[in-house]
Design a protein around this ligand. Structure first.
Ligand code: DX5
Ligand code: ZN
Length: 224
């Protein structure tokens, strides 16, 4: 089993100071920077492209070289942007299977570019795709909200799905992280962990508070 990781979603940060916000949240104890890419097509919102990721990666490489940028792609199609974000310094790239024409090929593109990769499952997307790609993925990401916006409420039905994903990962014997994204807060993170998650994305719960270190410490306290 994996040590729990906290991955703040910078979507909820002060985007006029993105680099400062990332450094602040890392200094406050964040393990990964979760970078939500939205295209106004696969999801009804628009965020960051590869140049923003490249600038951020360049800065973090100097100040915090051990903290990976975890790119969550909510885009369709995915392939050209997988390559572009790999070139822009993403350490991991996850995408939604229904947004890819050829899922195995898209995973392989990320692998060939030297990135960790994985699939993202919306609340009503079945986990069926997983069993065919377990040898290629490093991350399973279960969405506990419908993708597109920060600040939504955690969908309780996700807990059963997290447990199902945990069983699939354990049965595979592979080294795969189980990440959960959407509506995670100090008061529900323990239940998410008990369902089997080991990697926790949180946007508004962290950036909505003045003291990032306190929130992250409180979350870790719930996990220990
Ligand atoms: C939603 C994004 C999430 C979002 C999480 O589409 O993938 O990463 O920023 O934000 P909170 O934690 O506020 O639900
Ligand atoms: Zn996300």
């Amino acid at each position: 089993s994996h040590a729990p990781l906290i991955a703040p979603s910078v979507l909820a940060s002060d985007l006029s100071a993105l680099g400062d916000e990332c450094e602040a949240v890392i200094d406050a104890g964040a393990d990964w920077i979760h970078f939500d890419v939205m295209d106004n097509h696969y999801v009804p919102n628009l965020t960051f492209g590869p140049p923003v990721c490249a600038s951020l990666a360049k800065r973090l490489k100097k100040s915090h070289p051990d903290v990976p940028i975890d790119v969550h792609m909510m885009v369709k199609p995915v392939d050209a942007l997988i390559t572009a974000f790999a070139d822009a310094g993403a350490a991991s790239i996850t995408f939604h299977p229904e947004a890819s024409e050829h899922i195995d090929r898209s995973l392989q593109l990320a692998i060939d570019a030297g990135c960790k990769t994985g699939l993202v499952f919306n609340p009503a997307t079945p986990l069926e795709y997983l069993k065919y790609v377990l040898d290629k993925i490093d991350i399973v990401l279960i969405m506990s909200v419908n993708p597109g916006f920060g600040g939504q409420s955690f969908i309780e039905e996700s807990l059963g799905k997290i447990a199902e994903a945990r069983d699939i990962i354990d049965a595979s014997g592979r080294d795969i992280r189980l990440q959960v994204d959407g509506g995670i807060k100090t008061d529900n993170i323990k239940r998410v962990a008990e369902a089997g998650a080991d990697t926790f994305v949180a946007g508004s719960a962290i950036f909505g508070q003045p003291d990032y270190a306190k929130v992250i410490a409180d979350m870790r306290g719930e996990l220990s």
